[in-house]
Ligand binder design. Structure first.
Ligand code: ADP
Length: 784
């Protein structure tokens, strides 16, 4: 039986476009403004190539105007208070619901995606996002007491889920008391402009939401504007990298949700017919233009042929066509440029030896369409297995055992999502923590909800959107305002290089500590250490690039630390505190030798011991949530260790600052490479014996002494380092953030500002744990 056409009416959408004469200005300070650039570009419907509207192209001056409007609206918006903001968010949700069909039709016309998806998925999720965050707005002052708004937020979004991405950005930002300037992607600006009208209709104070339109240059002007406090970006990894580099050292907060090449892993005991429907949702939802699309099908060898056969049969029945036809499965590709990219990568896949299969029918010719495509016999290293295609192209590979499945799944520079298909819950939950991805769907895929966080690991970016975890992107600690850049340069450098034999009256040079052993530095150099009066008090090894590389290797080898229970890690930390206590006098003496008053030194050792206790306590208590998502799912939000972290310690309070940074990181299961205080490294190196006697497994804490900024640069450049904390200078912070863009490692830098490590509000607490972890959301459906 053939399907007849089932067109959704475009009348209301066309009337709305007519009302605007098919031309839109910029929405700045609550008013529609003509762009200063006087430039416009066309938005077309990719399903029929017809013109929809002329869209303004914002230039630097327009961006400046919008940022200034957001800035001047900020104090009033903050002052309105949590409840009033909650009411505005609630009103936005209601209004979106009231106009849901208009939004859905316009979204389908502008983007090319099927009306079935915009009507049943995108727009309901948009309304849900505003409702959910109306709740967070209400609860902000009680649930996030120690936090305040970040300020003016620049938000840049892609074209694949135009309105949904806008909701993911605007709702939490407003809920936390910020004001925003948002730019939709150039291919899909129209629904954001309808949303601007909704803001007008509910009487949102002018300047709280500003919508500007334009392409990459307009986005770049937002990123570089000095009046912006945070940038929230969703888009390609390449542009994410540009943004990370452009903001390095500025202190602008950033969150990046980038590309993916997500594995869809099928075990032989999976319910194969459900898997086939899962594949459809994973890769043909939204034409495969989904950052978390299950684009790599990893299937257990024993069922591969059977599964491919069923997938092909299903593909043959899929319908590609006009986005406003209610019975089509796959709509149009957003723009010709995207279609060309898909075609080019498919050609490359064939050239590299992949076996291609496409249905027998051909696509309509009136729009930008591409048929569902399956590649089998693909080598894991081939381009189409590694590069994000962002189209309806599925790439399949096989595995035999589950360790092999994990290896294949993690054989990607990305880490956005994964889905795992098996009827064996033990196997699924064994796999979930091992797959490096921010979201893991078990026996389901592409499910989203405002109550659950979403975001990546590795080159898929950092930061979360949705859930309580997503709120932290839009707040900062009130105590952050107390941190200042000291006037005197506390980063006094070590005087000069000597050879280890040039200071005969010092009995020994302290070695490095790598893999649980003391080792000589590769370069064979030592550095003298002076106290505050300039007296020579010892020598330490001068570590170099090779020593850092060895330390990173040792930290990777110590992976079992990450797999240990929080309880087991806590036992090691308590033991460490006990052994530090036993040697308390030695450590006090060392600090006094450095020139610290005895009373201060005693206090520093005591607080250090107490702080180890704090994180030993947290080791089995900083745990996750079960989110209240709307579908029948148990959604687990689990904090996971970043993996291998570098820590560059502050120079001052050398023992306490070492403990305050290293211990929370390892309590959460990370393995670390530490570069201790450059001017006062000896209280860190004195810890070698304490660690040896405390059962800290070799490789969990590796210590490399030497010139901090040189060693920090090696850590920042290292691809196998997942996170880096840096408490040094302003310039050093900039270099770290810039270099970290290469593999998108998570960084936490101080921009030269100092903390009082004795003050528990500045020197310990949840912020350290949060920076040492990333949240993974695991979705487990239940019911028949
Ligand atoms: P995609 O590949 O999904 O189109 P892009 O990263 O190119 O993703 O685009 C995502 C968003 O980023 C769009 O709104 C686009 O206009 C914007 N953009 C593109 N280049 C830049 C840039 N250099 N700086 C800031 N924003 C940019």
């Amino acid at each position: 039986m053939e399907y007849g056409p089932a067109p959704e009416s475009a009348t209301a959408a066309n009337e709305w476009l007519d009302k605007h004469n098919h031309e839109f200005g910029l929405f700045i300070d609550g008013k529609w403004q003509v762009p200063q650039s006087a430039k416009y570009f066309d938005s077309i419907n990719p399903a029929n190539k017809k013109f929809l509207a002329k869209i303004s192209e914002a230039n630097k001056k327009d961006v400046d105007k919008a940022v200034k409007a957001a800035r001047s609206a900020l104090p009033k918006w903050v002052k309105l208070g949590a409840h009033t903001r909650a009411r505005y968010l609630y009103a936005l949700a209601r209004q979106i619901q009231k106009h849901s069909r208009l939004f859905a039709v316009l979204e389908s016309m502008d983007n090319g995606k099927p009306i079935r998806e915009t009507r049943d998925i995108d727009i309901p999720l948009v309304a849900r996002h505003f409702y959910h965050h109306a709740g967070w707005a209400q609860l902000r002052d009680t649930e996030l007491k120690e936090y305040k708004e970040v300020g003016v937020i620049a938000q840049i979004i892609p074209w694949n889920f135009p309105l949904l991405m806008m909701a993911w950005k605007i709702a939490p930002a407003l809920a936390m008391g910020n004001t925003v300037v948002l730019k939709p992607a150039e291919f899909t600006s129209i629904t954001a402009l309808l949303f601007a009208e909704i803001c007008e209709q509910i009487g949102l104070p002018p300047g709280v939401v500003n919508i500007i339109t334009g392409a990459g240059e307009s986005g770049a002007a937002m990123v570089s504007h000095p009046g912006v406090d945070k940038i929230a970006f969703t888009g390609s990894t390449d542009v994410g990298r540009i943004i990370r580099r452009a903001t390095a050292g500025t202190g602008k907060k950033i969150s990046l949700e980038l590309g993916g090449k997500s594995p869809f892993i099928v075990f032989e005991d999976a319910d194969i017919d459900t898997v086939v429907e899962g594949v459809v949702d994973a890769i043909w939802f939204n034409q495969g233009q989904v950052c978390c699309a299950g684009s790599r099908l990893l299937v257990q060898e024993s069922i591969a042929d059977r599964l491919y056969k069923k997938i092909k049969a299903r593909m043959e029945k899929l319908r590609v066509g006009n986005s406003l036809d209610k019975s089509i499965d796959i709509g149009a590709i957003v723009a010709p440029v995207q279609l060309k990219t898909i075609e080019k990568l498919v050609k490359q896949g064939i050239a590299e030896g992949g076996e291609i299969w496409q249905p027998s029918w051909s696509c309509p010719q009136d729009g930008y369409f591409y048929p569902p495509t399956l590649f089998t016999d693909v080598s894991p290293a081939s381009t189409i297995a590694q590069v994000e295609i962002f189209g309806p192209v599925l790439v399949a590979m096989t595995f035999r055992t589950h360790p092999e499945a994990i290896k294949l799944a993690n054989n990607s520079r990305y880490g956005l999502a994964a889905s795992i298909w098996t009827e064996n819950i033990n196997l699924a939950l064994e796999m979930a923590p091992k797959v490096k991805a921010g979201t893991v769907w078990i026996n389901c895929t592409n499910v989203f909800d405002a109550a659950s966080g979403f975001g990546g690991y590795r080159e898929s970016g950092f930061g979360r959107e949705g859930g309580k975890e997503g709120l932290f992107e839009y707040v900062k600690l009130r105590t952050d305002d107390l941190l200042t850049v000291p006037k005197n340069n506390s980063n006094k450098k070590i005087a000069q290089k000597t050879t280890s034999t040039s200071v005969p009256d010092i009995d020994r040079t302290v070695k490095l500590y790598i893999g649980g052993k003391q080792s000589r530095p590769d370069g064979g150099y030592s550095l003298p250490v002076y106290n505050t009066s300039g007296k020579l008090i010892g020598e330490v090894s001068e570590g170099n690039r090779k020593d850092i590389r060895n330390a990173v290797e040792a930290a990777h080898a110590a992976e079992s630390w990450t797999g240990m229970t929080g309880h087991a890690r806590a036992q090691v930390l308590y033991y460490l505190a006990e052994n530090l206590f036993a040697r308390k006098d030695e450590f006090v003496n060392r600090l006094t030798q450095m020139g610290i008053l005895k009373s201060e030194a005693t206090k520093e050792v005591n607080v250090s011991i107490e702080r180890i206790y704090t994180y030993a306590a947290h080791a089995d208590k900083y745990d996750g949530n079960v989110h209240h998502t709307t579908s029948r799912n148990v959604t687990l939000a689990m904090p996971e260790a970043l993996g291998v972290m570098g820590i560059v310690c502050p120079n001052h309070s050398p023992l306490l600052s070492f403990i305050s940074t290293v211990i929370p990181a390892i309590a959460m299961g990370n393995r670390v490479i530490v570069i201790p205080s450059e001017t006062a490294p000896l209280s860190a190196t004195d810890l070698y014996q304490v660690m040896d006697t405390s059962d800290v497994p070799g490789g969990v804490i590796n210590i490399v002494t030497g010139k901090q900024d040189e060693l920090a640069a090696v850590l920042a450049d290292h691809d196998d380092v997942d996170g880096l904390w840096y408490f040094g200078t302003k310039e050093g912070s900039k270099r770290i953030e810039h270099a970290a863009a290469e593999n998108m490692k998570r960084t936490w830098v101080n921009y030269g500002k100092q903390r009082n490590w004795f003050d528990a509000q500045q020197g310990e607490g949840e912020q350290f744990l949060r920076h040492a972890t990333q949240i993974k959301n695991i979705w487990i459906p239940y019911g028949e």
